[in-house]
Write a protein that binds this ligand. Structure first.
Ligand code: CA2
Length: 152
């Protein structure tokens, strides 16, 4: 196997609660793009970047925490839209902080243009950076930024 395949970066992509409803509910806020569309966009961008991605959506905080633990030794970076857990979950923040895997936080909507309770992120202080407000494009930009960061 060529050595560049062996050293390919692997990124864990985590989608939090309710993101499975994308394109099927509240299109006025989140648009008509489905989670499958977003996952395809991410997969294509990963291919462009010659990186691997593993994709997971869960509505359960503990499942997301476990996935972050399991990423140790498996993935070099984490791209996460923790959905509403962004604003509530000390557990997800602690998991990211514990594994110390470089993480980029993304949001479809601009969380700072929305209700006050969405302005605070527990994840932002333990992330490399945050991209918010570009719809599905936030994921592509986030993946690009994360891969560039890991290769720098
Ligand atoms: O803008 C984002 O990406 C959010 O992470 C989306 C979360 C929200 O709680 C965050 O404040 C910002 C909500 C995801 C729920 O997605 C839905 C999709 C369709 C219908 C209902 C919810």
């Amino acid at each position: 196997m060529p050595s560049e395949v062996l050293s390919q970066l692997s990124i864990l992509v985590l989608h939090g609660p309710n993101l499975n409803l994308l394109g099927r509910r509240e299109p006025e806020i989140y648009g008509s793009v489905t989670l499958d569309d977003i996952n395809l966009l991410i997969t294509l961008e990963a291919k462009n970047l010659q990186a691997k991605v593993e994709l997971l959506q869960s509505n359960h905080e503990g499942v997301l925490v476990e996935a972050i633990h399991q990423a140790l030794g498996e993935h070099q970076g984490i791209l996460i839209n923790a959905g509403a857990y962004t604003h509530t979950s000390v557990a997800i923040r602690d998991a990211l902080s514990a594994v110390k895997i470089p993480t980029v936080e993304v949001h479809l909507s601009n969380i700072y243009q929305r209700e006050n309770f969405r302005h605070h992120s527990y994840i932002a202080p333990v992330a490399v950076g945050q991209i918010s407000g570009f719809g599905a494009e936030s994921y592509r930009l986030g993946l690009l930024a994360l891969v560039n960061y890991l290769r720098k």
